[in-house]
Design a protein around this ligand. Structure first.
Ligand SMILES: [Zn+2]
Length: 280
């Protein structure tokens, strides 16, 4: 059982006394993780805060150390996305059907996607922080984390959000100093961050079956959370109807055990159907 739910490897990782470590172990996954995941997208994107709650519930250890909320908040954005995607796969949502509208001929078509086929980009030279001369002085630049995403989530306006983010990841730098940098220096900063940052693939390119136009389709690492809620409630309903356990008791079951009970109920139903046929 543990082989499927066990270790994942981060494209970035955490700094330890032994250098960068990339290994993550999941907790024994229960319906409580699915419940949190199903509720993490109230509309639009999953907020950083909600992603942290899901990861905190799902992950046992990162780099051999017990995972804490602070460690999870401080993970690079790409690592958090990697954990969300791998969690979806571990929960049985590897294969996803996406509906797409062709940007050229406007015809609709379906895409059969396997999340496990999507590539990741490992962290590059300098990760997780590097130094450069920016605005005439030496500064340290580090990769953005979940805590950074949360801190800038309420800022209206993309430009203001970028200034606030750079002021957090460039040290030393105030928002005023960031605003005073010219375009070339901002571009240099962005390229450094890009070079260092771990990434998971956020889109696929797929040809329209009608006109062969190549469409870019966004594939969020948390795409699967939309699918989980209905299936979870349906499974709880079937088990509760048969065994009369409480919702909480069923959600606390390891997912593999909950699915085994569903198989047994399914088998019973099959046997009853066959008996009914014999009696009739
Ligand atoms: Zn087309």
């Amino acid at each position: 059982m543990t082989s499927r739910l066990a270790d994942i490897r981060l494209p970035g990782g955490v700094m330890t006394d032994d250098g960068v470590r990339k290994d993550v172990r999941f907790e024994q996954l229960t319906g409580m993780v699915e419940l949190l995941a199903g509720e993490c997208r109230p509309g639009g994107d999953c907020p950083a805060e909600a992603v942290s709650l899901v990861i905190d519930r799902a992950v046992a250890s990162i780099g051999g150390r017990e995972a804490t909320r602070t460690m999870i908040d401080d993970l690079p954005v790409g690592d958090r996305q990697c954990i969300m995607r791998q969690l979806g796969i571990a929960l049985g949502f590897d294969r996803l059907w996406l509906t797409c509208t062709c940007s050229s001929c406007q015809s609709g078509f379906d895409i059969d996607l396997r999340q496990s086929d999507l590539p990741t980009k490992d962290a590059g030279t300098g990760f997780p922080s590097d130094t450069a001369t920016i605005g005439g002085r030496s500064r340290t630049i580090r990769v953005p984390t979940g805590a950074d995403q949360a801190a800038i989530s309420d800022i209206a306006g993309e430009e203001e959000a970028i200034v606030a983010l750079l002021a957090r990841i460039v040290d030393p730098a105030t928002p005023a100093e960031i605003r005073s940098l010219d375009t070339a220096e901002i571009t240099r900063l962005e390229r450094m961050v890009e070079r260092m940052s771990p990434e998971v693939s956020g889109e696929i390119v797929t040809a329209c079956p009608e006109c062969r136009n190549e469409n870019r389709v966004a594939v969020d690492p948390d795409l699967w959370v939309d699918l989980i809620r209905d299936s979870l409630l349906a499974e709880v309903h079937v088990i509760a109807s048969a065994y009369h356990w409480t919702e909480r008791e069923i959600l606390d079951l390891p997912i593999t055990r909950r699915r085994r009970y569903l198989e047994l109920l399914d088998r019973d139903r099959g046997m009853r159907d066959r008996l009914d046929e014999v009696v009739a």
